[in-house]
Design a protein around this ligand. Structure first.
Ligand code: NAD
Length: 320
């Protein structure tokens, strides 16, 4: 990776990935793009271009102009929002991906896009879900992710584009808010714990899902993209995870740092249904074997860091 274009760069992952890549590869070598600009650090700390990923011509022009050799395609509609607007989701998620792959092909760039645990479905083995297994998702988001994995493999086999991907679990972070996923509760719970000492979960007790802290997710993207291609048996996409918990377990972890924290439930049937169709815990051993995937944060270490980082941020907001 030398000249990197990121789509959807102002979202939950992109806001942090852009800054980390600018630190490593040089600010001028990381071109952040999104459907509109804002005043975030990711938009202001280096080159930024407005790119709507449904506009192939514009994406190609920006890639040519900046002499891009790597495309990191993040723009997408996430699981809960996609389920509410399925046709819009198909057009954005599949149309955007096809355009990003075409752009990578045109400029001969390496390519990354995230898949998700949402690519699995109710008939997938639920525990230690293998890398290669049944994938019959029942959500529009899942259908998009499976089709996206296949399309990315197709571009590798057919056109030789160096495509790579990760099946991310729910990502937890304190910089940008999540954008409409089923695992968003695991971020909101920290905000509410710090602000009010309590949280009402829309996901039910006993519903286990995989999760990962954002610093580990960013390292996984970089490690995969820098991995020796000769060692990759799989490409699109690798199971990665750091932990699996239900609302009770994350609540118990928060209570260690915020004594008296109270969890209650008001289950949202739509998001609960999506969560129940996903695995309880996936097996990342292919990622470990093929490119040495590793994580630094378990649940308690993440909770401690989230609370330490979020508390001053939220206190600043309350007093301003
Ligand atoms: P997000 O919703 O936070 O950000 C998406 C970004 O895309 C936003 O900044 C939005 O403005 C932009 N966007 C929307 N429509 C666009 C368009 N037409 N053109 C250009 N930009 C557009 O999403 P995220 O959490 O950063 O996720 C990025 C990728 O990672 C997605 O493919 C998502 O499915 C995947 N993923 C995320 C998670 C997670 O927990 N965050 C988990 C698994 C997979």
């Amino acid at each position: 990776m030398k000249r990197i274009l990121i789509t959807g760069a102002l979202g939950q992952i992109g806001s942090e990935l852009t800054l980390k890549l600018r630190d490593i590869y040089g600010a001028d070598n990381v071109i952040a793009t999104d459907i509109k600009k804002n005043d975030s650090e990711a938009a202001q700390s280096g080159p930024f271009e407005v790119v709507d990923v449904t506009d192939l011509k514009r994406m190609g022009e920006v890639a040519q102009k900046h002499n891009i050799d790597t495309v990191l395609h993040l723009a997408a509609l996430l699981s809960a929002t996609a389920e509410a607007k399925p046709v819009f989701a198909w057009n954005l998620n599949m149309g955007g991906l096809l355009n990003a792959l075409e752009t990578a092909r045109e400029v001969n760039a390496q390519f990354f896009t995230p898949s998700s645990i949402g690519a699995f479905g109710p008939s997938t083995p639920k525990d230690h879900t293998p890398q290669d297994t049944i994938m019959r998702p029942t959500t529009m988001y899942g259908v998009n992710k499976v089709a996206g994995e296949l399309l990315s493999d197709y571009y590798y086999h057919k056109f030789g584009v160096d495509t790579r991907g990760l099946r991310f679990p729910g990502l937890i972070s304190y910089v940008a808010l999540p954008g409409g996923g089923t695992t968003d509760y695991a971020v909101e719970i920290y905000y509410e714990a710090i602000k009010n000492g309590k949280y009402t979960s829309y996901i039910d007790k006993g519903t286990f899902m995989d999760m990962m802290y954002m610093p580990d997710a960013l390292n996984a993207i970089i490690d995969l993209m820098e991995a020796d291609p000769n060692k990759l048996v799989h490409r699109n996409s690798f199971n990665v995870t750091a932990m699996s918990f239900d609302p009770e377990e994350i609540s118990a972890s928060i209570a260690k740092y915020i004594p008296g924290f109270k969890l209650s439930y008001n289950v949202d049937p739509a998001r609960q249904k999506i969560a129940e169709s996903w695995p309880n815990s996936i097996d990342p051993s292919a990622a470990k074997e093929e490119w040495d995937f590793k994580v630094e944060y378990d649940l308690d270490k993440m909770t401690k860091d989230m609370i330490e980082k979020l508390r001053p941020k939220l206190e600043m907001k309350i007093s301003s």
